[in-house]
Design a protein around this ligand. Structure first.
Ligand code: NAP
Length: 254
């Protein structure tokens, strides 16, 4: 890393976000872990700092315009200009179309799409000012369509469009934007899916692994490794892409 860089990782208290935060800190970035409650990020922040890294936690609901503005200002103040953004915060509100209510649609759109828009808009001036920036957003194989996820699949497909447009608008300023579309990654989110399907986590993992070409489920670190590449200087000519991190070609689904 040529000089000091600051990253914001949303939804960083656990799961994929926590793994991305740990990995970017290990790669030498100062990392702001953003989540609904800053306290929830404290264990990961402490771990990073104990390992010699630089990290803080900030609270914000990514769908709240004012909260996002003030969180980004806090990060700039305490860690320096945020020139890396990982839009990772996410929720599931799965149901079949005929049962899905408007609140479940709006909640998912709010966190994934409005959240990524608000964070990207809030950090772009720092990136453009530095003539360098990296935006990575978490899409999903569900973007290709998945039963019971009309809200989530639309949001995750939407993030791919947002990513392509960010790449076009911000590219002239040295800013790249890419999306990562994971397959099945073992986290609390997928444990909740196992529960919804009435399966134990072990049985659920075994059945997913059997349908996955590399014969295992993904781990948060698998996603963090790709994020680390996309935010590196090595990836400066990769922009507007969606990289599927799914243990095989995208198209096989939960
Ligand atoms: P997770 O374990 O559920 O963690 C998500 C984190 O986001 C939680 O800490 C959560 O906070 C936080 N969050 C939720 N709403 C928020 C909001 N409005 N503002 C700020 N933070 C918020 O999820 P994960 O499995 O790590 O998934 C991370 C991302 O990858 C998501 O975008 C997800 O859609 C995507 N993804 C996951 C998989 C997978 O298989 N796990 C596959 C494809 C894509 P609380 O704990 O307070 O709710």
């Amino acid at each position: 890393m040529s000089h000091h860089r600051t990253a914001i990782v949303t939804g960083a208290a656990r799961g994929i976000g926590a793994a991305v935060a740990r990995r970017l800190a290990r790669d030498g970035l100062a990392v702001a872990l953003l989540d609904l409650r800053a306290d929830d990020c404290a264990p990961v922040v402490d771990e990073i700092v104990a390992a010699g890294g630089s990290a803080i936690s900030v609270s914000a609901d990514v769908a709240d315009e004012q909260a996002v503005a003030s969180a980004v200002a806090t990060v700039a103040d305490r860690l320096g200009s945020p020139t890396v953004l990982v839009n990772n915060a996410g929720i599931l509100r799965d149901d079949l179309l005929f049962r899905m209510d408007v609140a479940d649609w709006d909640a998912v759109m709010g966190v994934h799409l409005r959240g990524a828009f608000l964070l990207s808009r809030a950090v772009q001036s720092f990136m453009v000012g530095e003539r360098w920036g990296r935006i990575v957003s978490l899409s999903s194989i569900s973007a290709l369509g998945n039963r019971g996820q009309v809200n989530y699949s639309a949001a995750k497909a939407g993030l791919q469009g947002l990513t392509r447009t960010l790449a076009i608008e911000l590219g002239p300023f040295g800013v790249t934007a890419n999306a990562i579309a994971p397959g099945f990654i073992a986290t609390d989110m997928t444990a909740a899916t196992a529960d919804r399907l009435g399966l134990s986590v072990d049985d659920f993992h075994a059945s997913i692994a059997a349908q996955t070409p590399v014969r295992r489920v993904g781990q948060p670190e698998d996603v963090a490794a790709v994020a680390a590449f996309l935010v590196s200087d090595d990836a400066s000519f990769v922009s507007g892409q969606t990289i599927y991190v799914a243990g095989g070609p995208a198209g096989t689904i939960l």
